[in-house]
Design a protein around this ligand. Sequence first.
Ligand code: GTR
Length: 327
Amino acid sequence: MKQLKTTLAALLATAAMAGAAMAECEVTLKSSDTHPDGYPTVEAVKHMGALAKERSGGRICIEVFHSAQLGEEKDTIEQTKFGVIDLNRVSMGPFNNLVEQTKIVSLPYIFRNVNHMHKVMDGAIGDEILAAFAPHGFVGLAYYDGGSRSFYNSQKPIKSMEDLKGMKVRVMQSDIFVDMMTAMGASATPMPYGEVYSAIQTGVIEGAENNWPSYESSGHFEVAKYYTLDEHLIVPEVLVMSQVSWDRLSPEDQEIVKTAAKDSVPVMRKLWKEREKASEEKIRAAGAEIITEIDKTPFIEAMIPVYEKYVTSPEMRDLVKRIQATR
Ligand code: GTR
């Protein structure tokens, strides 16, 4: 009898432990992404979800809605503000008209290269900008990569700024990018990402601009086969949480979410590098014409009025200086 009792107790204890390990999600956070399943940003947030689940004993779950299932970036930002969406992975671009500080790190040619962007965003400047989301109803959690963005179009190889003259080019919904295109002599068309493919196909626009993985995963390379590597933008991507959703979490759970987000960054960077390479290979194999020989100097010089328009306060001038001085 005694033996049986001990065995039963042991069995119950094991069952209880298994139950705890597989506890039902108490908190399920909805996360939005415009990119398809398998894209580095989507996979990174899934990884963050796995970490949060493990570290909370199964209580915190993250459900990633990829492929713009919850809407285009600008709209999902609104919904995140109101707590309808809990987490959102977006480019800094659509935040420009909302959070002043995101403008400086979205300026054309502000970063010398992706390593420079990492140095800046991983340091004190990155922390300052994450904190700047707070008064607008967002908790800035982490930065992801968006590589460098270059022009592609359906018409002709762009070999100099002259070739862009009068061309209708889609940009993200941010005034900076409209001004950037105008200063380069093109005609800027701000529009949501999901509308670009058919807009190129039907001739509403002639081109757009993006990094290798987006140019590939969106299929834009099928309708706009000339890609010029002028690398005019290196815009960091950001993972934010709704302040409303954040306030519902205990301080311990907030810590779990925050740390899991930070810990997903190295995973994201690794996946990004791999995807950049794979996307480039796929695009080249599909017969796209890649223009690599391009003098960036005229493009950089043309951006002076854009900097004059957006770098207006002593704080912003100081931020630009500090970014440029980061080695
Ligand atoms: C991608 C970026 C998206 C989105 C898109 C766009 O590179 O990852 O978040 O901003 O560009 O051009 O709208």
